[in-house]
Design a protein. Structure first.
Length: 90
């Protein structure tokens, strides 16, 4: 298993976001990105602890109506341990 410091993984996430094409990056509105060690019990129902690499928690753009506003940011959570278990150093 490849291990990485949580701060370093956070920097990798920021670098990946910075590399998004402008047409996609411009769609990221009211969004926070977080890194957590692994999926919690609620998240495990979606994809399991070992295979769930991340999850979106929020209101999809397609479901946002005129009443969407002044809300807490949606979140994308990246799960560190499953990513580390799948990572290979080349």
């Amino acid at each position: 298993m490849y291990r990485v410091d949580t701060e370093a993984l956070g920097e990798m996430v920021v670098e990946a976001l910075d590399g998004l094409p402008p047409a996609l990056a411009d769609r990221l509105d009211n969004l926070a990105i977080a890194v957590e060690p692994e999926a919690g019990a609620d998240d495990a129902r979606v994809g399991g602890f070992r295979t769930l690499l991340g999850i979106y928690r929020g209101v999809p753009l397609t479901a946002r109506g005129s009443g969407y506003g002044m809300t807490v940011p949606d979140r994308i959570v990246i799960f560190q341990r499953p990513i580390e278990s799948l990572a290979r150093v080349t």
